[in-house]
Write a protein that binds this ligand. Structure first.
Ligand SMILES: Cc1cc2nc3c(=O)[nH]c(=O)nc-3n(C[C@H](O)[C@H](O)[C@H](O)COP(=O)(O)OP(=O)(O)OC[C@H]3O[C@@H](n4cnc5c(N)ncnc54)[C@H](O)[C@@H]3O)c2cc1C
Length: 317
């Protein structure tokens, strides 16, 4: 039994790190954290712009931290440092570049976890793989010739471009305000009003609209995208068309259905995992933490609270 972990956590974002720290603090002995990218917190590294303000009450959701991870407002960098220190301080046993692709229970109720770094065994599993591995894409076609100019994060952005940001949440408004400082930016959202961002982002985007830093294109959806001489022609449903150097979609992420199926979890008709009040899935002792526990929304603080709730449940059993 030496090689059997008390808890194996799949995904090293806030939900996974929170679960690992709580497991350590609340007294589980053998804890394993498996992360597919080359460092923890891949969503924060890939989708947050540098120096981004990180709000504890993201999307206007007021959350009190319940457990032992004292997360507060900060920046992208301070949040990553905070998680670095937590992982080091608590001596968490982790593997990076370790993608899990299958979880099976044996006859004795022990889980076999298959990963790109070999197999592991555990008595309890937390799945905290988020949704941003597969960002949401529009339903219309993106012509292959302009795919390099149609993006889902800011990695390819530079300066002095004419950019369309698509989305109406905090990510879209933050991207717009930031890129507006060095580019010509338009924010497109299908509804007339931006109701989803938190109060700070609502204020900042309104100021950006008022000052002309960002142009609003609200209340209209996109019909199609075309290649026009190597840049992106966007055809809107109101009959208008504009040409942009770049289009960035910030419209959330999808449920990793294949992964959940490979762990034999029951899904509802929309492909979302069925989750009990204690955050356990349909499979005994497989728990779900963080963004995949929600159809949409979620936040760092909520993911951390999931970790606390799950570990308490495991300990109380
Ligand atoms: C642009 C943007 C800005 C945001 N700003 C804020 C903010 O200011 N404040 C806030 O509270 N929230 C913010 N959020 C939301 C917040 O980032 C998420 O709610 C949070 O990251 C969810 O944590 P998670 O652990 O569920 O998932 P994630 O953070 O997505 O972490 C999942 C991890 O699992 C790994 N993984 C995936 N598949 C596998 C696999 N098969 N095997 C092993 N590892 C795997 C991924 O590489 C990733 O590191 C923002 C989100 C975006 C996109």
């Amino acid at each position: 039994m030496d090689s059997v972990y008390d808890i194996a956590i799949i995904g090293g974002g806030p939900g996974g790190i929170g679960s690992a720290i709580e497991a350590k603090v609340l007294g589980l002995d053998k804890i394993l954290l498996l992360e597919k990218s080359n460092n923890h917190s891949d969503t924060i590294r890939k989708f947050y712009k540098d120096n981004k303000r990180v709000d504890k009450d993201w999307q206007g959701q007021i959350v009190e931290i319940e457990g032992n991870v004292p997360f507060t407002d900060g920046t992208k960098e301070s949040t990553l440092d905070f998680f670095d220190e937590l992982i080091d301080k608590h001596g968490i046993d982790y593997h990076f570049n370790c993608e899990v692709d299958k979880i099976e229970k044996d006859d004795e109720g022990i889980f076999n976890i298959r990963s790109s770094k070999g197999n592991f065994k555990a008595k309890n599993i937390v799945i905290a793989i988020g949704r941003m591995g597969k960002p949401n894409k529009p339903s219309y076609k993106i012509p292959a010739s302009i795919r390099g100019r149609v993006n889902f994060n800011l990695d390819k952005c530079s300066k002095d471009e004419n950019i369309l940001i698509v989305g109406g949440g905090d990510s879209a408004t933050e991207y717009a305000v930031e890129l507006g400082k060095s580019n010509s930016v338009t924010l497109n959202y299908r509804r007339d009003n931006l109701t989803r961002p938190n109060p700070t982002n609502k204020k900042l985007i309104q100021e950006a609209f008022d000052s002309g830093l960002v142009k609003p294109k609200l209340g209209v959806d996109i019909e199609s995208l075309e290649d026009e001489d190597g840049v992106v022609k966007v055809n809107f449903k109101d009959g208008s068309s504009e040409v942009y150097d770049r289009v960035i979609y910030a419209i959330g992420g999808t449920t990793p259905v294949d992964f959940l199926k490979s762990a034999n979890l029951d899904l509802d008709s929309k492909g979302e995992p069925i989750i009990k009040d204690n955050l356990e899935s349909s499979v005994d002792r497989i728990y779900i933490a963080g963004d995949i526990a929600f159809k949409s929304g979620g936040s760092i603080a909520i993911a951390l609270n999931h970790g606390y709730k799950i570990v308490k449940d495991i300990i109380n059993r």
